[in-house]
Design a protein around this ligand. Structure first.
Ligand SMILES: Cc1ncc(COP(=O)(O)O)c(C=O)c1O
Length: 358
């Protein structure tokens, strides 16, 4: 059996793979593949409508918030968000909590002033700073809810409400994994390839009231308002990727929605971190309070043993356990679709290895 701990694209539910493969040959008994239907046909319109409707329902969105499925992955949002929200002389507040946050900051600087309100770079991004000020004049505060590479996650997102400025969040690696008040955010974006579906599409949730307040001209494809008006069909959408998102969202709803999956995610994270803490042989990278329930990062001090453990993981069918190339060590990604049994298999292997080599 393969246990897929990849950080993204990553494991999706088996039901989704089954249904998507059927649809690749014969979509809804039309005799046509999902890959060859026109995006303006009623057939695809119903897929897009259902994907948007399920997102609204699962996130419990109010009528101010619009759901978009856009091209370009989360990295395009690093640029698109400030382009739509920030005038040249405005200030945007950014939390620098890891590699992806740093990339978002770099793009925002092209459009206005960036004030970095907190930063844990000196400590290798091993914790999330909780005490910081945000200028009241900031057009928005940008956060990365889960830092995929380092393995940290803001434990309580309501922390940011007190600043009274619009909130923008990159939720690429933990969206729909835990219950939060999504309506408190004015812009949420997430590359779909972790918890939402297939690579090639970006889920964007936006409070339409924050748009239309800047002076610059925005290229047609970059203006959120055009995408809202066109129902995410301003041009040809990534049809198959949106379809896989729709199937994954259906699966999530059947699992009891975000509340249902959160219970499972908590159980997986507890199993993993309880095991990690019981084995001094392995070291966690992140301060306990800020550990990610999606991406667990850890190390072994001895590089030779680290290599050996990685080889053992591979030989036992556990793939994707190698840490990101910029930080090394190990990373077990435990997204929504990863079964509890996979975490059990990894933790059993850790115990076995530590007892032999520790
Ligand atoms: C938190 C976060 N933001 C942004 C990205 C970039 O996403 P994309 O490759 O879709 O541009 C990633 C990718 O892993 C991520 O984890």
């Amino acid at each position: 059996m393969i246990h897929n701990f990849n950080a993204g694209p990553s494991i999706l539910p088996k039901e989704v793979f089954d249904e998507a493969s059927r649809a690749t040959l014969n979509f809804n008994n039309t005799g046509l593949s999902i890959l060859e239907i026109g995006h303006r046909t009623p057939l695809f319109k119903s897929v897009m409508d259902e994907a948007i409707g399920l997102t609204r329902e699962l996130m419990n969105l109010d009528s101010n918030h619009e759901v978009l499925f856009l091209h370009g992955g989360a990295s395009t949002q690093f640029m698109q968000a400030p382009m739509n929200l920030l005038n040249e002389n405005d200030v945007a507040a950014y939390t620098d909590t890891g590699v992806w946050a740093t990339k978002a900051i770099k793009e925002a600087k092209l459009f206005g002033h960036v004030e970095i309100v907190c930063n844990s770079k000196e400590a290798d991004y091993s914790f999330l700073p909780k005490e910081f000020e945000v200028p009241p004049s900031a057009k928005y505060l940008h956060i990365t809810s889960n830092n995929t590479i380092h393995g940290s996650q803001w434990p309580d997102l309501s922390l940011f409400n007190k600043y009274g400025v619009p909130l923008v969040a990159d939720m690429s690696s933990d969206i729909l994994s835990r219950q939060i008040d999504f309506n408190k955010f004015d812009l949420i974006y997430a590359g779909a390839q972790k918890n939402v579906g297939a690579a090639g599409v970006n889920l964007v949730v936006i409070n339409k009231n924050i748009l239309g307040k800047i002076n610059r001209s925005i290229p047609t494809m970059m203006d959120y308002r055009n995408h809202i008006e066109a129902g995410s069909m301003l041009n040809t959408p990534p049809v198959f990727a949106v379809y896989v998102c729709m199937l994954t969202l259906r699966w999530l709803k059947n699992k009891g929605g975000v509340a249902g999956i959160e219970k499972i995610n908590n159980a997986k994270a507890k199993l993993f971190y309880d095991t990690l803490d019981s084995l001094p042989f392995f070291k966690g990278r992140i301060a306990k309070a800020d550990r990610s329930k999606m991406n667990a990062t850890f190390t072994i001090e001895d590089a030779v043993l680290e290599k050996e453990f990685l080889e053992l993981c591979n030989s036992e069918g556990m793939i994707g356990v190698k840490g990101h190339r910029t930080v090394g060590g190990f990373r077990g990604s435990m997204y929504n679709a990863l079964p509890w049994e996979s975490v059990k298999a990894l933790t059993d292997l850790m115990k076995e290895f530590a007892s032999k080599k520790g």
